[in-house]
Design a protein around this ligand. Sequence first.
Ligand code: IMP
Length: 437
Amino acid sequence: MPNRAVIGTQWGDEGKGKVVDILSESSDIVARCQGGANAGHTVVCDGNKFILHLIPSGILHPDCICLLGNGVVIDLDQLFREMEHLNSQGIETRGRMFVSGFAHLVLPYHKWTEEVNERRLGDHKIGTTLRGIGPAYTDKYARAGIRVYDLFQPDSLREKLEANFASRSDVISEFKNEYAADIPWLHAKLCEYGRRLEGMAVDGPRFLSDARAAGKTMLFEGAQGTHLDIDFGTFPFVTSSNTTIGGAMTGLGIPPFFVDEIFGVVKAYSTRVGSGPFPTELTDSLGETIRGRGQEFGATTGRPRRCGWLDLELVKRSVMINGIGYLALTKLDVLDGLSEIRVCVGYNFREQGQKQIDSPFFDLRAVEPAYRIFPGWSDSTTGARNLSDLPAKAREYVDFIQEYTGSRIALISTGPSREDTILIPPLASHTVRVSAR
Ligand code: IMP
């Protein structure tokens, strides 16, 4: 079985959770490489809805082991909450959930710092998820971050906390009434978490290398999407990690040859949450219709997602950056019944005569999309399980996505449940189990 990586090709929320859930059926290990509790996966399994922020959806498969890699910033309150929730639903996490000892932690003061930063930016705010992600990565690169392994060394942990409190005394003083603004309280809590992490904290690169040597199949799970990447996204309206394929290498400590196949997940239309350019955004009632049908509300923050047409230029760029071999197309059913469907296949600069810039990706605010218009389909695609179940016009849409991006579609999702999925070679022989338990 190939080891696969799953990467978002848009601005996140492409439906990676369901794709990872399906592909992890044939994986022994699912390893997440970056991001933190800013992600939100909704997976419907066995009629139950699971919303996971940190834990990979592979946990829903009883034989699958999950790892949070060193590139993930871990909010331990959230991790233990998710584990307890899964356990209460009969999904055992003990012995199946591991974290890299090299992973940095998201601590309460990161969330407070972010709240203050966003407030200061006013109208120019990034619109982050307020999960402390940016400040946690900032501490990592400032070499001030606290890692999982630090929890096993109480004395140096206390010194690090003291230094971090001192360097952000302005923020701490604003939140001085919170429990976690008290160093002894936070230190004791982190030491307690350290005890709970015994047996769960591993040397991530060694863990994955040994797994490969033992012939285990691995799935490498990216979070967010290519256009939220800190380097290649719509900067500064991006997240603080590499959401692209390089993030899988550095975020797990694996060499490139560990990845046999790269899957890009693309939603049949576009969404984004937070601020930032979005050339194909629909701010009219059609945008609202798509939001309602696609239930486009953030799994993490509940915020309504901005909706618009599929931007194939963005997706094509994602295919290039990540070396995507196969696409998983999600939420095709949301487009059922629309009279026409537009797809962005290029851009025009809004202001004629402005200085030519090499690439519109330098500043997507300066462009208007050039659309290719497709007739809509009136028949339903909801729940379709075979390509032959799709109306001819939906097939035309699907074929065009493949042709334009130069990447083959191997999976089409036609509804929230596992079973509402069309599998195409090389996945055609893959089994989709209705119940994981
Ligand atoms: P942060 O990752 O919380 O710092 O947020 C930075 C930007 O990335 C904001 O626009 C967020 O809305 C967006 N973002 C972060 N995580 C996700 C995600 O999982 N899906 C979609 N957007 C996200």
